[in-house]
Design a protein around this ligand. Sequence first.
Ligand SMILES: *Cc1c(COP(=O)(O)O)cnc(C)c1O
Length: 502
Amino acid sequence: MLYKSTRGGVSNLPSMEVIKQGIASDGGLFIPDGIPCLSMDDYRMLAQEDYREKAVKILSLFLTDYSQEDLTRCVHSAYNPEKFDVPDIAPVVKLDDKLYILELWHGPTCAFKDMALQLLPHLMVTAVERTGEKEYIVILVATSGDTGKAALEGFKDVSGTHVVVFYPKEGVSSMQQLQMITQEGANVHVVAVEGNFDSAQSGVKAIFADRQLEQKMRQKGYRFSSANSINWGRLVPQIVYYVSAWLDLLKAGEVSEDEFIDVIVPTGNFGNILAAYYAKRMGVPIHRLICASNRNRVLADFINTGIYDRRRKFYKTVSPSMDILISSNLERLLFELADGDHERVKAWMSSLQVKGKYSIDAQSLRRLQEVFWGGYADDGQTLQAIRSTYHEYSYVLDPHTAVGKWVYDEYRRCTGDNHKAILASTASPFKFVGDVLKAILGQEAVDARDEFELLDILSRVSGLKPPSALADLKHKSIRHTILCRQDEMKDVVVQLLKIDEV
Ligand SMILES: *Cc1c(COP(=O)(O)O)cnc(C)c1O
């Protein structure tokens, strides 16, 4: 399997190169030349395997230049009992006769980003080694919360790598900050940046673009790389869990072999739902992909109108990991909608850059709406979905998943669609404990209590044990205290990696 850019400037690259480079040199995103499809016989056999074996099989269809041994080693390093608190890795929970929850948050940071970021470091190191390079990989991340911690846990103590995470001092929740500043590992650095997420993001971009620094790095035997969600190495592990979830339902007799299902995904950067789309293309019988936005509903509007317009107010919501106005991974879907016409993709992307908006043609819109349905929930509706799901099923949703639940109910009301459905659950409710308890018990229950008291309260309410990754933070010491301005970020990297020393 070879890869090309959505913008037409690069083609015929093997997956190792694609994973090392992250973004194509023409500014586009890498996509495979074709989507592999398995037969029902293959799927029947795969249904009998455990999560790791399913992962190796599916990865091997896309990452064909990796050996079976390498993929097996990578997958076992990523998905094991030390990292995940359930043997199934990504279990499916039945809510009622129609709706199943795919829990993607049993990894070390309690959000779904672990599913990809536990595996990516191993894929990256293997790619560097097998292509004969000797360099150390230095991962730079600007984070608004979940990605930074997931990258730290994923790259922690992976030999041949360093990771430096920059987070906005004012822009992350107290639990997220605590998760990062207590991070252990010999190769990890966490730095607070004055300002908001944009400052951290712009600073990282400037470091990536600094050719002089790159040269110095090379002399030291380092190369920068990025772990952000446009890297193909983050997307392909996400395809696995949609295939796995369907196979689990099949094996349990919850669906029949020719039965179509709907999939609902709470969406921000369009990565997670795009993986579900690829699973559909691989032969998983998915009827509709339901894209759930929060108040930053740029994607829901796009699906309904064919117009992508980011010139709008940005809202901070109770589902912060979906507070995004530029959904980078959408470019991959646009390529499919345009039937591989990269000139059209380029025109849309340049219109987005120059005018802040683009509109797709009628035919592309029709193709989009044949598969996708878009809806949104504001904060009030999100909290209401948490409350009603708790009262109806004694099941506690986190605010991101609750956006998905609200939109799913809306979808059924609007369309009368009656297929069984899988809702991708992207975070543990314990990670967003304050808003979850506010929804269930009211504001008074939350006021004047610290995060750790709230974990105990949610534990009583839900009957679940708080994830030790969160509860244990109480006793961890703070290891990362550097604070800098955006214009000092480069110097900080130079010092941390001792690039100036010979
Ligand atoms: C990142 C994230 C999302 C959004 O996922 P995308 O792949 O960006 O669409 C949703 N929920 C949680 C908890 C996240 O961390």
